[in-house]
Design a binder for this molecule. Structure first.
Ligand code: PLP
Length: 365
């Protein structure tokens, strides 16, 4: 009984595809005849090189990334990119525009304050981060170096369904895609830079992926630590120092799995189906459950909701856990419930959650 897997609704680190974990297990002690685990390999040996090269090439295929962009496998989480992006793209006096649709965008803004002159041109804070602004009325600073968005706010469950056209002179849009990376096709050419921590949709924690247009590389501020300088990592194919080898290997297995599913068009179809099922259950509960996010921008990855009788939320989480549905508690800053349903969450997990929600309502409604 103890060996049975649960449905893990955590926001990250999060559920990984079972077939990927089994594959990793099968080659854990002896990777493809090398006589070694990936954890034990030199990052400069031919085995690991083949792993990182395949991971990069599969990611390029998945997202249709052209050779105009560098793909970097870094460390430090998306949080490190909050500093690395302005350090690489701005001088200390450069302005940057931020659209803040949740706490992660806010954190990125606050970090950028140290390295450039960012402005929040729109914030959803007064409406408790339930919206994305209309792009028409969005007043951008033409002198801004780039426009920064968080494509999916993990805590508030707000997701951009399309992207604003950057109206700065360089035409640059930068996105934190940590929590919806590889959940749907993305036109990378719309972005100067995309960054994402791996631990939600594509692997374990410890790997941060940066996709950056090559012409933007090479102008880092003088104070930039080598570990944050994109040029150093791009020139060394992410092997300047010891990379997070095992994490990159796991990301590579996930990329292979996503390709085997038919790529991101197919992955998105599954995510839409799961998301609709869960949001319908919330909306059809006659107010017993409520999602505060404006319908058109509800996240397909992180589904936050509250119970009309908020005193029942603790009981909800507890009973769900007994039925092997874990980590449904909302983020400590907002409370309520949050179900993260990343790529690897099977439809069966969402079906089970929805059935539980109906049953819970029948018993407590
Ligand atoms: N950005 C978003 C959208 C996130 O969800 C998170 C983490 O949950 C972060 C940034 C911070 O990522 P990390 O913990 O990898 O630094």
């Amino acid at each position: 009984a103890g060996s049975e897997r649960v449905f893990n609704f955590a926001a990250g680190p999060a559920i990984l595809p079972e077939n990927v974990l089994r594959r990793a297990e099968s080659e854990l002690y002896n990777w493809r005849g090398s006589g070694m685990s990936v954890m034990e390999m030199s990052h400069r040996g031919k085995e690991f090189r083949s792993i990182i090269e395949k991971a990069e090439s599969d990611l390029r295929t998945l997202l249709n990334i052209s050779s105009d962009y560098a793909v970097l496998f870094l460390q430090g989480g998306a949080t490190t990119q909050f500093a690395a992006v302005p350090l690489n793209l701005c001088t200390p006096s450069d302005a940057v525009d931020f659209v803040v649709t949740g706490s992660w965008g806010d954190k990125a803004f606050k970090e950028a304050v140290k390295y450039c002159k960012p402005n929040v041109i729109w914030s959803g804070k007064s409406e408790k981060y339930t919206k994305v602004p209309s792009f028409d009325g969005l007043e951008q600073n033409p002198d801004a170096k780039y426009l920064h968005i968080c494509a999916n706010e993990t805590i508030h469950g707000v997701e951009f369904k399309d992207y604003p056209t950057p109206r700065n002179r360089a035409g640059l849009l930068v996105a934190d895609m940590s929590s919806n990376f590889c959940s749907k096709p993305v036109d990378v050419t719309k972005f100067g830079l995309i960054y994402a921590g791996a631990q939600k949709n594509v692997g374990p924690s410890g790997v941060t992926i940066v996709i950056v247009r090559k012409d933007l590389i090479g102008n880092a501020q003088e104070i930039t630590p080598v570990m944050l300088d994109y040029k150093i990592h791009a020139d060394n194919n992410s092997l300047y120092n010891t990379p997070p080898c095992f994490g990159i290997y796991m990301c590579g297995l996930v990329f292979e799995d996503l390709l085997a599913q038919g790529g991101l068009v197919e992955v998105e179809k599954k995510n839409i189906k799961k998301g609709q099922m869960l949001y319908n259950a919330i909306d059809e509960s006659k107010g017993f459950y409520r999602c505060p996010v404006e319908k058109s921008v509800r996240s397909l990855m992180n589904v936050p909701f509250t119970l009309e009788k908020s005193e029942l939320e603790e009981e909800f989480v507890k009973e769900a856990a007994k039925e092997k549905m874990l980590q449904l508690k909302g983020h400590r800053s907002v409370g309520g419930i949050r179900a993260s349903i990343y790529n690897a969450m099977p439809l069966a997990g969402v079906e089970k959650l929805v059935a539980f929600m109906k049953d819970f309502q029948a018993r407590h409604g």
